[in-house]
Design a protein around this ligand. Structure first.
Ligand code: FRU
Length: 494
């Protein structure tokens, strides 16, 4: 039996032991076991494909496979057979990578083969090289000429060990891939390779260097056009926090700049954090046929990933896919508009006065898209929203008009682990007004401030499911609340 068949059989045996209501309703989870980075997020033959770093055998990271699912609308997903297992001599794990449709109509996956060999002294020697697999959207086969880029193809001063996570795209008839790397100084860099056919690759340039400015090793690069800018998204490891930015250790930044397609020079103009929450890493983007740039990320921080959910047979979720746009000199993020198709019971409470604690009969639940417009009367008074609430637990969001910040607190959300529970981020000064949109899906909450100027993501793995009230607390404040229950039938058939 191949490793792929073995993994598939394991999945088939255990997947039904996970009750559907013990999973999120519209966020991707592994079929069984562990999930980390999104991989191969791409359109192929009229569907969107999402692969993921996958270890089916336990809820801990292990030899990496690629799990696979598809969707037509980013909300309702379907599970597919496992796409890749580390079953070749050149790999002990199939690490992160990306996908593209070939002119011949094949789905081409480009991934990192991580290989560990035990040396005589018992230590492990590791290499990372880039490989190709081809498929029809369901079954994938590794390319015979693998690996297509090895440690021998890195420039002088670049590590053949930390060399991973290729993101492939096609531009002006040629294929390009950005690949994360570590340089001689120990910190990260992004290498650019090019190819006429996606099989034979040539090194082009070192596109960006960390020089210890943003963390050390960089992972999971992505490069694309957004509005009139070129974005390079990177997940740096061990980043030092600055003021209210970069608190995750392993976090995500976007470098915004321009790119000269002939000289391959990327000119960095601005660097910003993509998410201010606890749980957001290794995002990947794709472009839809109608020209939208959609981003999905692992809804988890590495450092909290050891604190497993209480009594589950799966661990790891993806964020809701987000539409990202560039305007007024900043990146905006919004939940994919397709979520509106799944609006069930909806309600609006307009211009409601909040003096003390207020709740609304139809505003509750753990699968919800809710927008709250807040206008405070007294800028010295914080405004609080408590959600996923029962008589003991809640998740709290506080708007502090005086400092133009939002404070998030999950310390009362029922955690059984000593995880990071509080975070704060800046929002625009709109004279005491703030719009917050919440996407709540059983085990997570994603918050979008002021139409997506900032995003904040948090898992809520251990908050009891009966904690579903929502309350608002303020002093002579005015709020408008719009809430839509999300309803999906026949989701994620196993
Ligand atoms: C990022 C990462 C990638 C690597 C993968 C392994 O989370 O460390 O760099 O390819 O996870 O699972």
């Amino acid at each position: 039996m191949t490793l792929l068949e073995k993994a598939q059989q394991f999945e088939d045996r255990f997947k039904r032991e996970i009750p559907e209501d013990k999973r999120p309703l519209f966020h991707v989870t592994p079929t069984v076991g562990w999930l980390n980075d999104p991989n191969g997020f791409s359109g192929f033959k009229g569907e969107y494909h999402l692969f993921y770093q996958y270890h089916p055998y336990s809820t801990k990271w292990g030899p990496m496979h690629w799990g696979h699912c598809t969707t037509k609308d980013f909300i309702k997903w379907e599970r597919k057979p496992i796409a890749l297992a580390p079953d070749e001599a050149y790999e002990s794990g199939c690490f992160s990578g990306s996908a593209i449709e070939t002119p011949q109509g094949q789905h081409l996956l480009m991934y990192t083969a991580m290989k560990q060999v035990e040396k005589e002294d018992g230590t492990l020697e590791e290499t990372q090289s880039q490989c190709i697999a081809l498929g029809d959207g369901t079954t994938y086969k590794k390319y015979q000429g693998n690996p297509v880029i090895t440690g021998a193809d890195v420039p002088a001063g670049s590590s053949p060990v930390d060399f991973r996570d290729p993101k492939i795209w096609k531009e002006d008839g040629k294929y390009y891939a950005v690949i994360a790397n570590r340089t001689d100084d120990g910190s990260g860099a992004i290498l650019l390779y090019s190819s006429e056919d996606a099989y034979t690759w040539a090194f082009e340039t070192v596109l960006e260097r960390c020089r210890w400015e943003y963390g050390d090793m960089w992972e999971c690069p992505d490069m694309f056009v957004l509005g009139d800018k070129r974005l390079l998204i990177i997940s740096p490891m061990n980043m030092e926090a600055q003021d209210l930015e970069f608190h995750n250790g392993h976090g995500v930044i976007a470098m915004v700049g321009s790119y000269d397609k002939t000289s391959h020079v990327f000119q960095r103009e601005k660097v910003c954090a993509l998410d201010y929450g606890f749980d957001f890493y290794a995002p990947q983007t794709m472009e839809t046929e109608d020209g939208r740039r959609i981003m999905i990320a692992w809804m988890q921080g590495w450092e909290g990933s050891g604190c497993q959910a209480y009594q589950t047979k799966w661990f790891g979720m993806m964020t809701l896919p987000r539409e990202i746009t560039w305007k007024e000199n900043r990146i905006y993020q919004q939940p994919v508009r397709e979520i509106e198709k799944y609006y069930g019971d909806s309600c609006t409470y307009e211009n409601q006065k909040v003096d003390g604690e207020v709740s609304f009969p139809k505003v509750s639940g753990r699968t919800l898209d809710m927008t709250v417009d807040i206008e405070v009367a007294d800028k010295n008074e914080p405004f609080y929203i408590q959600l996923a609430k029962n008589d003991k637990n809640y998740f709290q969001v506080a708007y502090m008009p005086q400092t133009h910040t939002v404070q998030i607190d999950r310390s009362k959300a029922g955690n059984r682990h000593d995880i990071v529970s509080r975070r704060e981020f800046f929002v625009s000064d709109r004279g005491g007004k703030l719009r917050l949109r919440f996407i709540i899906d059983r085990f997570s909450v994603e918050i979008f401030a002021n139409d997506g100027e900032q995003a904040f993501t948090s898992t809520l793995y251990e908050t009891p499911m009966d904690a579903e009230n929502i309350t608002f607390h303020g002093k002579e404040s005015i709020i408008t609340v719009k809430a839509h229950k999300i309803e999906i039938s026949n989701r994620m058939p196993l």
